[in-house]
Design a protein around this ligand. Structure first.
Ligand SMILES: [Mn+2]
Length: 498
């Protein structure tokens, strides 16, 4: 895309761009063609100068690779591959989503790509080889432009780029010459989707399978994700900025969806409204299938059928969050379909909210808490709250009413870094959810007026040294705020509007 001279001068980052121009090759500066993903030249509304992907600079990607390689012994090689294209049926593909680990290391947004990072002994800088799809005009006519091996090194800071078709043979020889190999195979990774096998849906797959069988049976292969997730759990200032935006966008969409709610609409209409609001503001996709569970559907934790009609007098539980610039957000709110809580709904809601508010101040680095200790505290707190409103329950009964865990870390993935973090002390820069809930089955053991009510309230928090910063403040959660939002009394103002 050609940019007029006036365009450059008017933008505040014109100065930064001029100094940047001096440091890069002229063939990159001249936007001779489009690449396989947005760049500043083709998409200045998405990408700032110096950024490889929205909000993340090339320097930050280089820092991530350096930190990873510094954490590994000499004579190590890292292999990471792109996500695979997934198909709904036959050749009907889903919108592509990059594998999080590969994206975290490279910023490459195309499928059928891979990276090899090599660290020899003696403190020499590690070498980065990118594998990408070679340019192919006949294929690009169908699928859009590719970055290709010619532009990949300057775009992503790689030492060299090769055709992905040579990856299988290349990886074989590379791995043979290193003592420590870090990659995720189906046996080691938590799921196939992150596996090296999955990234090629092509005739080459069978070759890769036998190759990887041989590789993963080797004793020198170790899990890469374990090392990467140590880095990924602490968010950089740039990542925090992106996660703030994703949380703010989802929070606003929750508030507006409260306003949109009325008896007779389907649960799916609320999901559609939420997703529309997020997409309109630039979200690539929902971070997960939204749960819109009215009435007793809320007792099903992962209810996603979303095909019932909203009834006056019921609550509706909405667990929904957008993905923005690759980062997930995750918010649950529960509100009355008719805009006003009934007595029992109000009591139970306030009980869950009190527990959430008891946990939030504990979520800091200096508190020395872990996700496990916070969860235990939430069980004790819910136990006390339930007793206050007339439940005759023991602490162990609480598990029946609150069958899920309190919290999970999030970032590029909705549930980041597996379960091994539950026993680790919280550290500044982590982003976690806090999501207590109560789901009352129609069992005579529990007071009848609470039967079939399900309530969950979920915030995202950024762990700081001495406090937790709630990122999801745009989503109303106090009872008067929720009722106000539902009844249209909340002033959405210029920020909320448009
Ligand atoms: Mn969650």
């Amino acid at each position: 895309m050609a940019l007029s001279p006036a365009y450059w001068v008017r933008r505040p980052w014109a100065t930064a761009l001029r100094s940047w121009r001096r440091n890069i090759s002229s063939d990159y500066f001249v936007p001779a063609r489009l690449y396989g993903q947005p760049t500043f030249f083709s998409h200045p509304h998405l990408i700032e100068p110096l950024e490889t992907t929205p909000g993340i600079t090339g320097d930050e990607y280089a820092q991530r690779r350096k930190k990873l390689m510094d954490s590994l012994p000499d004579d190590s090689v890292v292999v990471s591959v792109a996500g695979g294209i997934k198909y709904a049926s036959q050749n009907i593909f889903y919108k592509f989503r990059q594998a999080s680990d590969f994206w975290y290391l490279t910023g490459v947004s195309e499928p059928e790509s891979a990276v090899i990072l090599e660290k020899r002994s003696g403190g020499a800088a590690s070498k980065m080889t990118l594998f990408v799809r070679e340019r192919d005009p006949s294929q690009e006519l169908w699928d859009g432009p590719r970055t290709g091996t010619d532009a990949a090194p300057s775009l992503f800071g790689a030492d060299e780029a090769r055709d992905i078709k040579t990856f299988a043979s290349h990886v074989q020889s590379i791995i043979a010459s290193y003592s420590n190999v870090y990659l995720d195979t189906p046996k080691q990774g938590p799921a196939r989707r992150r596996s090296i096998l999955h990234y090629l849906s092509s005739p080459r797959l069978s070759d890769m399978e036998s190759l990887l069988d041989r590789i993963s049976s080797s004793s020198k292969v170790r899990s890469l994700s374990q090392h990467l997730h140590k880095l990924r759990r602490i968010k950089s200032p740039a990542e925090i900025n992106l996660m703030r935006k994703a949380a703010a966008l989802s929070g606003t969409a929750h508030a507006k969806t409260m306003r949109f709610t009325k008896p007779g609409l389907s649960e799916g209409a609320l999901a559609a409204h939420f997703e529309y609001l997020c997409a309109l503001k630039g979200s690539e996709r929902p971070a997960y299938v939204p749960v819109v569970a009215s009435g007793s559907n809320a007792l099903v934790i992962h209810y996603t059928a979303n095909n019932q009609l909203l009834k006056s007098g019921d609550l509706v539980l909405v667990d929904a969050g957008c993905e923005l610039n690759g980062y997930a957000s995750d918010i649950t709110r529960t509100w009355p379909v008719s805009g006003t809580f009934s007595g029992p709904q109000r009591d139970l809601y306030q009980a869950v909210l009190n527990t959430l508010k008891e946990i939030l101040p504990l979520a800091s680095e200096s508190s020395g808490q872990t996700l496990h200790s916070l969860h235990r505290t939430s069980c004790e707190s819910l136990h006390q709250e339930l007793k206050q409103i007339g439940f005759h329950v023991t602490l162990s009964d609480v598990e029946r009413l609150y069958p899920h865990f309190l919290s999970h870390p999030l970032g590029l993935d909705l549930h980041e870094s597996g379960m091994d973090q539950r026993n680790q002390e919280l550290l500044s820069g982590m982003v976690i959810t806090i999501e207590p809930g109560i789901y009352v089955p129609p069992d005579p053991a529990f007071p009848k007026h609470f039967h079939n009510i399900g309530i969950r309230i979920e915030d995202e928090v950024l762990i700081q040294r001495d406090h937790a910063e709630v990122l999801t403040v745009n989503a109303p959660k106090e009872i008067p705020d929720i009722e106000g939002a539902c009844q249209g009394l909340l002033d959405f103002g210029p920020y909320w509007g448009s």
